[in-house]
Design a protein around this ligand. Structure first.
Ligand code: FDA
Ligand code: NAP
Length: 436
C-alpha cells in the first residue's frame, strides 16, 4: 500500500559522507540563522550509517588529511569538525602527539557516526529510493515525487515530495568482465562479511586481483589473518605503484581546482587525467607497499614464502565448483593462459562512477546531455534540465567529466555541500524552481 506523505525542500538519496556533509551545511546555512530553515529528509538503504564497512580493515588508514572532514574547509568553526570530535572523545592531545595527518578508517568511521547522531531526526534508514517521477496529481508546483521502499521485513512503500533532490548514492562496484560473484568469488566491497563466513582453518589459498589500494590492503589483511594461507596477488602491472600524494600533485584536490577543471577546455581536462590519474586509481599508499614488501622479504629469509605476486597478469574467467574457485589467468608477458585453483577469489577491481540515470527514471529524459552523451552539470552540481522540470537535481558524485578528479572522493565534500546548500537557498529566494 503506497502512502503519499511529506514535502521537503531537500530530499537526499543516500546518507554516506557526502549527504551527511550536506546535512551539516544545511544546518549551518545562514538561511537557517535568519529563521528560515531548509527542510530536508535523507533516505539511506543500509540499516545504519556505514562507510564502506566491508573494507574497515584494522590497520587501513585514511587517504586524506583529517582536516578534510565533513565541514572544516567550508566552515573551520563548525562544531562538526574532526577536531571537535577528537575533543569530545577526549583524544585531542593524544591525536596530536601521534603526529599523523591520516587517521585510521575505523576512527574516521567513528567520527562519521558521532556527526550523524545530530541528524537522526532527518534520516530514514532501511529506506531505499527506488524511483523518482513528475507529480501525478498536479501537486505543489516545482516538486517531484520520490518513491521510498522500506527494506526491513515490514516492507511497504511511501512517496515523499521534494523541491530539490540531492543524489549521492556512491561508487558502483565493478567485477571483471565475464566473472560473476559467487559464495567464494567476491568483490572487495563485500570482503569482510564474506571473509567471516569462511572456516579460516581450512583456507589454504586466496587470490586477490588488482593493483589498487583495495587489493593491497586485502592482500596484507589475508596474509596476516590466515597464517597458514598462501595469498596470490594478481595484478596487471609489474608491481604495485605508489599513490602520488606529494604537495604539488595534491593541489588537484583543492577546492579551487574544481573551477580550473570546470571552466577548462577538453585539452586541459585530458591533461588533468593523464598526469594525475595516479593520485587515486590503480595505485597504493607507500606504507602498504612497504609493509607488503617487508613481509615478502621476511618470508624469503625464513624460506617459507606465502605471498605470490603474479604480475603482468589479468583474470579472464573464474568458476566456482564446490569449495574451489578455478581462475584462468592471462599473462600479458607471453599471452599464455594458465589455471589457478584457490579457496576464495577477491576481485579488488575497482568501481564505476555514480550513474543516476536509472534512479531518475521518468526525469531522466528531461536531463540534458552533452555531445558525448554525458549529463550536463552546472557549476553548482545541478543537472541541466528541460523546461518541464522545475525542481533542482543535484549530484554528489558522478561528475568526474565536469568537476574533475575529486568528484567521488572526500577531499572536497565540505565545500561542495556548501555550494549546493547555497544554490538551493538562492533558488528558493529567486523562486527559480516554482512554476507559480
Ligand atoms: P558513499 O558510497 O559513501 O555513500 C552512498 C550511500 O548511498 C551508501 O550508504 C548507500 O548505501 C546509499 N545508497 C545507494 N543507493 C541508494 C538508494 N537507491 N536509496 C538509498 N540509499 C542509497 N575517498 C577519500 O577521499 N579518502 C579516503 O580515505 C577514501 N577511502 C575509501 C575507502 C574505500 C574502501 C573506498 C571504496 C572508497 C574510499 N574513498 C575515499 C572514496 C569514497 O567514494 C568516499 O570515501 C565516500 O564514500 C564518498 O561518499 P558518498 O557519500 O558520496 O558515497
Ligand atoms: P582501483 O584503484 O580502480 O584499482 C582497481 C585495480 O584492479 C586496478 O589495478 C585495475 O587494473 C585492476 N583490474 C581490473 N580488472 C582486472 C582484471 N581483470 N585482472 C587484473 N586486474 C584487474 O580500485 P580500488 O583499489 O578499489 O580503489 C578505489 C577507490 O577506493 C580509490 O579512490 C582508493 O583510493 C579508494 N580506497 C581507499 C582506501 C583507504 O582509504 N584506505 C582503501 C581502499 C580503496 P587497471 O588499472 O589496468 O584497470
Amino acid at each position: 500500500m503506497e502512502q503519499l506523505s511529506d514535502a521537503y525542500e531537500v530530499v537526499g538519496i543516500g546518507f554516506g559522507p557526502s549527504n551527511l556533509s550536506l546535512a551539516i551545511a544545511l544546518e549551518e546555512h545562514e538561511g537557517r540563522r535568519d529563521g528560515q530553515p531548509i527542510s530536508a529528509a535523507f533516505f539511506e538503504k543500509q540499516p545504519a550509517l556505514g562507510w564502506h564497512r566491508n573494507m574497515l580493515l584494522p590497520s587501513a588508514k585514511m587517504q586524506i588529511s583529517f582536516l578534510k572532514d565533513l565541514a572544516t574547509f567550508r566552515n573551520p568553526a563548525s562544531q562538526f569538525s574532526f577536531v571537535n570530535y577528537l575533543h569530545a572523545a577526549g583524544r585531542l592531545a593524544q591525536f596530536v602527539n601521534n603526529q599523523d595527518f591520516f587517521p585510521t578508517r575505523q576512527e574516521f568511521h567513528d567520527y562519521l557516526e558521532w556527526a550523524e547522531s545530530s541528524f537522526s531526526d532527518r534520516v530514514s534508514y532501511s529506506s531505499e529510493v527506488t524511483s523518482v517521477r513528475l507529480p501525478r496529481d498536479g501537486g505543489p508546483a516545482g516538486h517531484v515525487e520520490v518513491e521510498v521502499r522500506d527494506t526491513t521485513p515490514r516492507g511497504g512503500v511511501r512517496t515523499v515530495r521534494a523541491r530539490n533532490l540531492v543524489v549521492s548514492t556512491g561508487l558502483v562496484p565493478r567485477m571483471p568482465a565475464g566473472i560473476d560473484r559467487d559464495t567464494r568469488i567476491w568483490h572487495s566491497s563485500e570482503f569482510l562479511e564474506r571473509f567471516r563466513t569462511l572456516d579460516h582453518r581450512a583456507v589454504k589459498r586466496v587470490a586477490v586481483v588488482g593493483a589498487g589500494q583495495s587489493a593491497a590492503e586485502i592482500v596484507r589483511f589475508v596474509y596476516d589473518s590466515v597464517p597458514g594461507a598462501t595469498v596470490f596477488a594478481i595484478m596487471p602491472s609489474y608491481g604495485y605503484s605508489i599513490a602520488d600524494d606529494t604537495p604539488f600533485a595534491n593541489r588537484i584536490f583543492d577546492a579551487s581546482a574544481v573551477d580550473d577543471y570546470y571552466h577548462g577546455g577538453e585539452r586541459s581536462k585530458d591533461a588533468v587525467w593523464r598526469y594525475h590519474r595516479n593520485t587515486n586509481y590503480g595505485v597504493v599508499d607507500d606504507e602498504v607497499i612497504r609493509d607488503l614488501h617487508q613481509r615478502a622479504y621476511d618470508d624469503e629469509v625464513r624460506g617459507t614464502p606465502r605471498l605470490e605476486f603474479v604480475n603482468l597478469s589479468k583474470v579472464d574467467s573464474a568458476k566456482q565448483t564446490g569449495g574451489t574457485v578455478r581462475l584462468t589467468l592471462n599473462s600479458l608477458r607471453s599471452d599464455e593462459t594458465s589455471d589457478l585453483d584457490v579457496d576464495a577469489l577477491v576481485c579488488a577491481t575497482g568501481y564505476d562512477s555514480m550513474e543516476p540515470s536509472e534512479l531518475l527514471g521518468e526525469l531522466e529524459p528531461h536531463c540534458l546531455r552533452d555531445e558525448q552523451g554525458r549529463f550536463r552539470v552546472e557549476r553548482d552540481y545541478r543537472l541541466a534540465t528541460g523546461p518541464d522540470v522545475h525542481c533542482g537535481i543535484y549530484l554528489q558524485g558522478g561528475t568526474e567529466h565536469t568537476h574533475g578528479l575529486a568528484s567521488s572522493l572526500l577531499s572536497n565534500i565540505a565545500v561542495r555541500s556548501g555550494e549546493i546548500a547555497d544554490s538551493i537557498a538562492e533558488r528558493r529566494t529567486n523562486r527559480q524552481y516554482s512554476t507559480a
